[in-house]
Ligand binder design. Structure first.
Ligand code: AGP
Length: 630
């Protein structure tokens, strides 16, 4: 049988993570698939593809690069493709080798009757491939996913039942996957399954959707069913059947999604990142809402299920996270140690999982993740859980894998974050740490009432102060204009704002590709100072408080080496004008709360520099929003 594949470019390559969508119903599938992929583009944008069934034939359309290339490709044959009322689609973030069209999903088998999209990694694909090749399967790509297509085709030839074919195939594959499969001989049917990769079914009237994540379907339906590991769902326009891997029929847990389609609109902003930066005052209000009522009342964190006695006697806390969430965790460490007197270790999840870590039932392990799907963090918390530690998850996605495994779940309520560069979710995570620290301190009575009331008072004032920062962006814009041609950037800070320096540098790296590094200001003289000359901008985060004078001295040392000095400060000190070429001022704020205000100008600085440089702000190269591979 002829396999109909329309390629935009050719070459080859390997496995990936990505996002998948699917539709079966009475409507034309094309626009639903493309729209769904558009809303999943934050998960990857190395290539995209769809499989449809037009007049009884499975057809694949794939294109390398941004989704727009697939849109262009399909628009050339739009009148033909829109006849299909079923389809599956895929957006890819490549993990090994170059991303190309031939390796784009969907993948098919020898006869071209099967189409498969996959998010995850099939770990035993080499063995499976060798076996299938011996049996006559001809592979076109270097992907792990193609083995699934051949395997399903083979099982279907034996059983003449697509659900059974997928079930038998999943019994042979190892690794992580969310899979969606269609077959030319099985009309109007999608079979989907998952193991350690997210997948949900959207339920409409006489139609079903599948997706890796809510944004792909929320504009069509709020009624959905999340699949658990090793469950297999078979969808036709009017029926949904759910089984487990042993072929037992399962009850369907249908729920209403807590999201609104408006979250996916840019609301007049040029980029999602800019919109999300501006949402931060409301994000803080949301996170505080119901938890911090007045400064006289204790923090209410019903989500923490660990009993008060265990909290009082915690031996230590370990926090695991990646990227921006790791920086929020570092702020958390400062506050918890300061207010609760408990030793806190913060570690990148990817390190935590490959060394001997010590923990027990007196260790609280906190996983922080915007997406709740970051593979390294999932593995880290699973390891800690196996050692008997209580697991507390701080996440923006209460519907995520991590949330579902949590002992205590603190949802951060930032709303869907679309831009790959995290901003408002960082804000929400940091605020959640303040609440958690005060909550524990109130139980342990480890900080004075006055101190806690002072912090609560400041927390309540933060949204207004953030609005002030956002309404005075001129300093940041002019600074961005001045320094947008810099090849390197250094951020220095001390104490609780060291994570702010790291996060500011990460934002700049991510979206402008400028080599930016955050240092503790005291470390500068131990090596990095050698890099300073008249071409190097050094941004000092200079917040009034314990370490103000120390950072000022470090800034003077840098100025003496001719570095171009920028201050981010809440000080009105006129002396700063002599030392700094540019000054970005923020409202006065207590040092303990200063990371909340200080990060916003740094997010904006990264944004405006990337804008000046004409970079793709919301979809920076080589990145994906949720990294679901280790
Ligand atoms: C943030 O701007 C990054 N895109 C990235 O570092 C991110 O924070 C990291 O991948 C962790 O993701 P998570 O919070 O969803 O676990």
């Amino acid at each position: 049988m002829l396999e109909l594949i329309y390629y935009k470019n050719h070459i080859k390559r390997e496995v990936d993570m990505c996002g998948i969508v699917g539709y079966v119903g009475e409507k034309s599938a094309l626009d639903i698939l493309l729209e769904g992929l558009t809303n999943l583009e934050y998960r990857g944008y190395d290539s995209a593809g769809i499989a449809v069934n037009v007049d009884g034939k499975v057809e694949l359309y794939k294109a390398e690069g941004k989704l727009q290339n697939l849109k262009d490709l399909t628009s050339e044959q739009r009148e033909h493709i829109i006849r299909s009322k079923i389809g599956i689609g895929h957006i890819r973030w490549a993990t090994h080798g170059a991303p190309t069209t031939i390796n784009a999903h969907p993948h098919s088998c020898n006869c071209g009757r099967v189409a498969v999209v996959h998010n995850g990694i099939i770990e035993n694909y080499k063995e499976l491939r060798a076996k299938l090749e011996k049996e006559g399967c001809v592979f076109r790509s270097q992907t792990d996913t193609e083995t699934v297509a051949h395997l399903v085709a083979k099982k279907y030839a034996e059983t003449k039942d697509l659900t059974e074919a997928v079930r038998l195939a999943t019994m042979e594959i190892e690794g992580a996957y969310a899979l969606a499969v269609i077959h030319q001989d099985v009309k109007n049917t999608i079979v989907a399954t998952r193991r350690n990769a997210p997948l949900l079914v959207g339920i409409g009237e006489g139609e079903f959707y599948i997706a890796s994540d809510v944004p792909a379907i929320i504009q069509y339906t709020k009624t959905a069913m999340y699949l658990d590991d090793n469950q297999i769902v078979t969808l036709t326009p009017k029926t949904m059947k759910l089984i487990d891997i042993n072929n037992n029929e399962l009850p369907q847990k249908i729920e209403t999604l807590p999201w609104e389609p408006v979250a996916l609109s840019k609301m007049g902003y040029k980029h999602f990142m800019l919109k999300e930066i501006h949402e931060q005052p409301d994000v803080v209000r949301n996170v505080l809402g119901g938890k911090l009522r007045t400064i006289d009342e204790n923090i209410i964190l019903n989500e923490v299920t660990l009993n008060k006695d265990s909290l009082k006697h915690l031996g230590r806390i370990q926090i695991v996270a990646c990227g921006t969430s790791l920086h929020a965790a570092m702020v958390g460490k400062y506050i918890i140690e300061e207010l609760c007197g408990i030793a806190v270790d913060v570690e990148p999840s990817s390190e935590y999982i490959y060394r001997t870590t010590v923990g027990d039932e007196k260790t609280l392990v906190i996983g922080v993740s915007q997406s709740g799907e970051t593979a390294d963090t999932i593995t880290a918390v699973r390891q800690a859980k196996a050692r008997g530690s209580h697991i507390l998850i701080i996440t923006n996605r209460p519907d995520s894998t991590m949330a579902r495994e949590a002992g205590s779940l603190v949802p951060v309520n930032a709303g869907i974050e679309v831009s790959v560069a995290a901003t408002k979710s960082y804000m929400a995570q940091v605020i959640s740490f303040y609440l958690l620290a005060i909550y524990i301190a109130e139980i342990k009575q480890s900080a004075s009432k006055d101190e806690l009331q002072k912090i609560k008072r400041e927390l309540i004032l933060l949204p207004q102060k953030l609005e002030k920062v956002l309404s005075h962006k001129e300093d940041v814009q002019s600074c961005a204009r001045k320094f947008s041609n810099s090849k390197d950037f250094i951020f220095i800070a001390r104490g609780i704002n060291f994570p702010t320096a790291l996060e500011g540098a990460l934002k700049l790296k991510e979206i402008s590709y400028i080599n930016a590094t955050g240092y503790t200001a005291g470390e500068l003289k131990h090596g990095p100072i050698a890099m300073l000359d008249e071409s190097m901008p050094v941004l000092a985060i200079l917040m009034k408080g314990k370490v103000y004078d120390k950072i000022l001295s470090n800034a003077e040392e840098a100025r003496a080496r001719n570095a171009r000095m920028i201050a981010l400060t809440n000080s009105e000190d006129s002396k700063l004008n002599e030392l700094f070429e540019s000054i970005i001022r923020i409202p006065d704020v207590d040092e303990t709360l200063s990371p909340v205000l200080a990060i916003v100008p740094l997010q904006l600085l990264a944004y405006y520099i990337a804008e000046f440089l004409g970079k793709d702000v919301d979809q920076p190269r080589n990145l994906a929003k949720s990294v679901t591979v280790e």
